[in-house]
Design a protein around this ligand. Structure first.
Ligand SMILES: *Cc1c(COP(=O)(O)O)cnc(C)c1O
Length: 479
């Protein structure tokens, strides 16, 4: 038997008709495994962020059950072998920890899910579960779609979301949900305006959605205040903190109900996998769905809708992300410091019209960013320190053509629609990530044609600044 528990809390879904003595023995063994995992979880919750990121749920007992491997093994097998028919029956009735088939669960994915749940609830009393998915977009889909279930008494569903969200999310909401399924999308244009959020939410709202900070605009919003608005209307707040990562922001601690991540970005910063995750607290509000959805949303999603939609993450990709997560805090610290240096340099550059970075006092949401974005566990001496993540954007003087010229002049910073990478990358959102939503959609999301999005990685800031400076001087109008 493996040491893994891939279907925690599954008893609510289990069928208990006719438990044979053979099955009962397996169920008892499963209970023992659950207790051992719960004890390990409690032990890890007392450790610091870096320690959790390095070890997660995989301890010495787990290693000894895996030939002593210090590193979590990658289970590429699509299916689990069962000792006998009693074992098989107990496992498939969700009566004991098991993984059965990799579309549903897998030991490698389980270790990643447990690490994520621990990191997102770090230093809080919040209980959470996680479900990893094949991409950030499938995480956004799996975190939102269950709230859109048909309901006779709620015939005209709407959703309330920040207009400045990620381009893929904008397309999911505005095309797939609004155009194809008739769900009204109520965009919040100014995420700092609480009255605007409040005016959009009503008795037909299914969920409220925000990004913090946004990609590419690095806009921020007041998570505790918007969570209160959502909760007073009986609906969940879903937050995408992909840009911040749990090293800087843990929205569940601020009142959010569900967190979605693209782990293709900074969490998997080496750039070796596309991956996503949703992490949810216990007992969330929802107007629709069964009790299990409210009690433990991530587990409910994993056992039912996720199983049926099928956006399973490859165990190999999960392993790549798990390996990167171990160094999350120190990487985010380094990249954030580099981004701050780049932001200050660009703010003073004659070829730059404007710089948008939450760490600059000129950013309209700087006060909220300073209140909510902290490097977990502080600086090297343990003192609290703000960090504002790796992403910034700047508008090049001279319009769209000057921005293209500046982008084309880069020789070290890669031209790619990518971010959160150990290698710095730059793109022009209007011709890449936000091309498909058209001029009107870009206007709604506040994305001008001369904007360059810059994601700072692990290079020395001096070399990055030299590259930016040379590219921008080449782009100055009239030269
Ligand atoms: C990239 C990104 C996504 C989508 O993630 P994929 O892994 O590319 O599917 C969602 N939200 C944000 C903020 C992102 O940057």
């Amino acid at each position: 038997m493996t040491d893994t528990t891939s279907t925690p809390g599954a008893s609510a879904h289990g069928e208990t008709g006719g438990v044979s003595p053979g099955m009962a023995a397996w169920i008892a063994a499963g209970e023992e495994q659950r207790r051992a995992e719960a004890a390990r979880r409690a032990e890890m919750r007392r450790m610091r962020f870096d320690t959790i990121a390095v070890h997660g749920l995989y301890g010495m007992e787990a290693a000894l059950a895996n030939q002593g491997s210090i590193i979590e093994p990658v289970f590429l097998s699509p299916a689990q072998h069962f000792a006998d028919s009693d074992h098989m029956e107990a496992a498939l009735a969700y009566l004991m920890p098991s993984w059965t088939y990799s579309r549903i669960a897998n030991p490698t994915l389980h270790y990643l899910e447990e690490t994520l749940a621990l990191l997102e609830t770090y230093d809080t009393e919040v209980e959470a579960s996680a479900c990893v998915t094949s991409s950030g977009m499938s995480a956004v889909f799996m975190a939102t779609n269950p709230f859109l279930a048909a309901d006779e008494s709620l015939r005209t569903p709407n959703i309330v979301a920040m207009a400045k969200c990620y381009g893929g999310t904008f397309m999911l909401f505005s095309r797939r949900y609004a155009v194809e399924r008739g769900i009204e999308v109520r965009w919040v244009r100014d995420p700092l305006d609480l009255d605007e959020w409040a005016s959009r939410i009503d008795g037909q709202t299914r969920f409220v959605y925000g990004e913090m900070p946004t990609n590419p605009g690095v806009a921020v919003f007041d998570i505790p205040a918007v969570a209160e608005l959502a909760h007073s209307n009986g609906v969940p707040l879903i937050v995408d903190p992909t840009v911040a990562t749990p090293a800087l922001l843990r929205p569940l601690a601020l009142g959010a109900d569900v967190v979605v991540h693209s782990m293709s970005k900074a969490m998997g910063g080496s750039g070796l996998a596309i991956a996503g995750a949703l992490i949810a607290r216990r007992e969330i509000p929802s107007r629709v769905g069964p009790d299990e959805l409210r009690e433990d949303f991530a587990t409910h999603v994993k056992l039912l809708p996720f199983r049926d939609h099928g956006p399973a993450l490859s165990p190999f990709s999960a392993f790549m992300v798990l390996s990167d997560l171990r160094t999350l805090r120190s990487r985010i610290d380094q990249w954030s410091k580099g981004a701050e240096i780049a932001a200050r340099f660009l703010s003073e550059h004659p070829a730059v019209e404007a710089v948008t970075y939450p760490g600059l006092p000129s950013h309209p949401g700087h006060d909220i960013a300073r209140r909510d974005l902290w490097l977990v566990d502080g600086d090297d001496a343990g003192r609290p320190v703000n960090r504002y993540a790796h992403l910034l954007s700047f508008d090049v003087r001279g319009g769209a053509s000057a921005a293209r010229k500046a982008l084309d002049g880069l020789r070290l910073i890669w031209r790619a629609t990518d971010l959160g990478r150990i290698k710095s990358v730059a793109t022009i959102p209007a011709i890449s990530t936000h091309q498909q939503q058209g001029a009107e959609g870009r206007e709604l999301a506040g994305i001008p044609a001369n904007r360059i999005r810059l994601s700072i990685g692990g290079e020395h800031p001096d070399d990055l600044i030299a590259d930016l400076d040379r590219a921008l001087r080449g782009a100055e109008p009239g030269r």
